[in-house]
Design a protein around this ligand. Sequence first.
Ligand code: SF4
Length: 501
Amino acid sequence: MEVVLTADETLMSNHHGKEFLGFGTSAPPNWLPEGLFRYLFFPRIKSVNGFPWQAPYGLRKIEAKLVDAGIDAGVVYPNDIANHGAKVLGIYVMDPFGWGPSSTTFAGIMKTGMPYNAKYFELLFKSKAYEKFKERGGKTIVGGPGVWQFKYNMEFASRYKIDCIYDGEAEKDVVELFEKALNGEELPRYVEKAPKDAPSLDEIPEIKKPSVNGLVEIGRGCPRGCHFCSVTLRPLRWYPYEKIEKELMVNRKHGVNGTILHAEDVMLYGSKSVIPSEEKVLKVNELAKKIMDTIAWSHASFAAIATKPKIIEKVAEIIIDEKQSWWGAEMGIETGSPELVKKAMPAKAKPFKPEEYPEIVKQAAGVMTDSNMVPACTLIVGLPEETDDDVIKTIELMDDLKDFKSLIVPLFFVPMGKLKDRDWFKEHEMNELHRELLIKCLRHDIKWAKIIANEYFQEKKSQLLLKPLYHLFIKIIEWQGKKKGVIEERKVFETPYTVGK
Ligand code: SF4
C-alpha cells in the first residue's frame, strides 16, 4: 500500500456497538483496572482479513477520496502501520491531548492523571511500529476534528516528526497533499482552512468500507451560531437521499446492521432554516430503517423538537419495532439561563425567544420521554459570560428534568469557535454553585444510568454478559459519591440560593 490510515486504539473501537460508551475514552485511570476498563469502553474492533472491520467515519472518507484518485490506501490497526510498505501515514484525531470538554471535565474532577484518549494517542507515536515507519523515511499527516489542539502543542509535532497537520474539512486538498508526500516533497507544517473553503457535496465521496457503528453523515454544518462551537462556522450542506443510501448499503453489505445518522441536528435534515421539514426527516429515517435493523441519531436540538413535536412521534413509529425499543442522540442543553442563551448562543432557542428556552427544553424532554427517545445531554460549565444567576437557572432546570429519562453531562468550557482566544475553564475556578450543579447531574445520571444500562444491553444476547460489569462500574461511582457525601441528599444542598451572595 502507498498510504496507510489509522487512529489510536481508543478510536479503533466500536465500543461494543454502543457509541455513547465512547465517552469512557475521555476518562482518566480510575477504580477499574486499565485492562477491564478498556474491555468495557474501547475494545479493539474485530479484524476481517487482518484489517479493522469498521473504522472512524472520517478515515473512511479520506480513504475513499484517495482510492478514487488511484492511490493505494487503506485503514490499518495502529500497530500495523509499518507492515505494508507505505510511504505516507494519515492519522485521525478527535481529542489527541485530552483537552476536549469531556476529558478536561473528567480530569479536573477525578485528578487521577492523563485521560485514556491522550495516553493511547501518545502510545501510537511511541510504538515500535511508528519508529520503524519513520526510520524508513515515511511522512506523517494528522487531521480530524481534534487537530486544533496541536496549535497549543507544536512541540509534540516536532518530537514525533509529524510532517503536516491539517485543520479543516480535507476533501478538496487531500489528494494533492498525499501526492506531494508520496513524491517526497516538503509539506506545509500546519494547514488551516477557512470555512469558505469547505468542500461542496460533489467533492465529498461516499465511503467504500464500513464505518464505526454504521455511522453515515446526512449533512454538515449548523445554522445556530453558538459562540463556543467551531461547527457553526461551516456552511450548511445536506446530503441527498441517494448519497446516504449508498453509504448505508456499504455498511449493510459488510455486516453492520445498525446506523447512526450523523448531523449537528438530524431534525433539521434538508432544511435551510431552523424549522424542521417533517417530510424530509421522516423520509431519511424511513430510508435508514429499510436498510438497517437499528437507528440512532448523532445529534438533535431541543428547539427543533419543540417546534415540530409530531415529527418525533412519527419517527418513533418508524424506528421502534421488535429490533429496537428506543433510540438515542446527543443533545446540548448547555444552560437553563435565557440570559446566557442571549449572550453566547443567540440562535439556540430559535424559532422561539431565548426567554422561552428553559420551557422549550422541558417540553421537548416530555415529547422524547413519550416517544422512547433517550438522549445524552450536555451542559456547559464556566462559559466566559456566565454569572452565578445563570448557574442557578441551570440548577433549577435540572430539578425540573429529574423525571427525564436521559443522561446529563456537565462539561467545562473549552475555547473553540468565536471564543477560541479565551481560556479553558479549570476545576479550581468552580464555586459552590458549580459544585451543586455537578452533584445534581451525578445524582440524575446514576439514577438513570442503572435503568438505561438494563435496556442498553438487551438487544444482543452476546452482550448480556456485559451488563453486570457496567452495573458494577455505576455502583463504584455511586459508592465513591456516597463516600464523598454527594449522592445522599444533604441539607446544605437544599439551602435556597441568593444571587450574588
Ligand atoms: S447548536 Fe450545537 S452544533 Fe449548532 S452551533 Fe450550537 S453547539 Fe454548535
